[in-house]
Ligand binder design. Structure first.
Ligand code: SF4
Length: 338
């Protein structure tokens, strides 16, 4: 029997909850909205009520800004329309995102009172020097503390991580991935850093002091991270920013690895990396005529953009034939290449 499909009611709150200015952030641009108010929350909810099928599996999600950084009274106000949805059985839970240093006992008590079940932390990096260059205003220790508090109070915890930050090397990013795994989050989101209009980073970029990653380099890093997280049983629920109208409005993305199919590119690279050792072993054993059996819904991931994965394996000396299968997973067969 199939489970009920979960619907998410996204509610964007703007920068107002955050007195910081991370170098890469223009939260008003990303959320496309100027002020946080209960009325704005109501209006956003209204749009979704027309088509949502009521049920406990549905969730309201506050995105953007730093929710728990808002004045406590304003938080209470913003929760009111959501509390109504919970009482009417239209949704069963609430999630939100915030900064790690805005987590404490008092704030968590308020979230509990309003049925918040998942808290996502904007972590970005666990390298203190990278956090400082980004103007984050918190350190890695505050992330560890926040995760411990959230777990102690029974919240599901998500970590949002970024690659391509100023001063961040590949080693620094992969160390952050390893340290994040050790924190045992329930879920992770991966974002490549983009240079957004009207941010401090735009100036640094225009003065030539910062160069963002290209799509391929950013995707390679995210693919390596994706493999590590999934290999440790941690769900990666989003890769790359949502390409909505506001983010994609002309001139808004100044530079950086933006691609509307970024997540798909990353997943394809992860498949390429995962199959690489098996293909290499078959080639080295003289069985380079390789049949790859693939479930139909995974064929494009297996091939990669413009067959990039197939071309990569061919360069290793493999002769690849892709065969669709009804099996649930990918498997390989190698034959002697006579
Ligand atoms: S903490 Fe979050 S909302 Fe505040 S400036 Fe940084 S990224 Fe933007």
């Amino acid at each position: 029997m199939k489970g009920k499909v979960m619907s998410i009611i996204p509610i964007f709150i703007p920068h107002a909850g955050c007195p910081h200015q991370c170098v890469f952030c223009n939260q008003k641009k990303i959320s496309g909205q100027k002020t946080a108010s209960a009325e704005a929350v109501r209006q956003q909810i209204e749009k979704y009520l027309q088509w949502i099928k009521p049920g406990k599996e549905n969730e309201a999600a506050f995105y953007g800004g730093s929710f728990t950084g808002l004045d406590m009274n304003l938080q209470e106000e913003l929760f009111k329309p959501v509390d109504k949805l919970l009482q009417e059985g239209i949704i069963g839970s609430v999630r939100l995102s915030t900064r790690p240093d805005y987590i404490d006992e008092e704030r968590l008590a308020l979230l509990k009172k309003h049925n918040v079940s998942t808290v996502e932390l904007g972590v970005q990096s666990l390298d203190d020097s990278v956090l400082e260059l980004a103007g984050r205003g918190h350190n890695a220790a505050s992330v560890v503390k926040a995760v411990e508090l959230l777990r102690a109070h029974g919240f599901k915890t998500g970590l949002q991580l970024m690659c391509g930050m100023p001063g961040q090397t590949e080693a620094s990013f992969m160390d952050t991935v390893a340290e994040s795994i050790a924190l045992k989050p329930d879920m992770v989101r991966l974002y490549p850093l983009l240079v957004i209009k009207d941010t401090p980073l735009e100036e640094t970029y225009r003065s030539g002091k910062f160069t963002p990653l290209g799509v391929e380099a950013a995707a390679e890093l995210c693919a390596a991270a994706l493999q590590k997280f999934t290999g440790n049983g941690i769900n990666v629920i989003r890769i790359g920013l949502q390409p909505d109208d506001e983010l994609c409005s002309p001139g808004n993305i100044v530079a950086g690895p933006f691609h509307p199919a970024f997540g798909e590119i990353v997943k394809s690279m992860a498949v390429r990396n995962e199959l690489m050792p098996q293909i290499m072993a078959l080639v080295n054993a003289g069985r380079s005529k390789i049949k790859i059996y693939v479930p139909q819904n995974m064929e494009s991931k297996l091939r990669g953009q413009h067959n990039s994965n197939i071309k990569c394996w061919q360069k290793m000396g493999a002769c690849i034939e892709v065969i669709k299968t009804k099996n649930a997973s990918i498997y390989l067969e190698g034959e002697n290449n006579e």
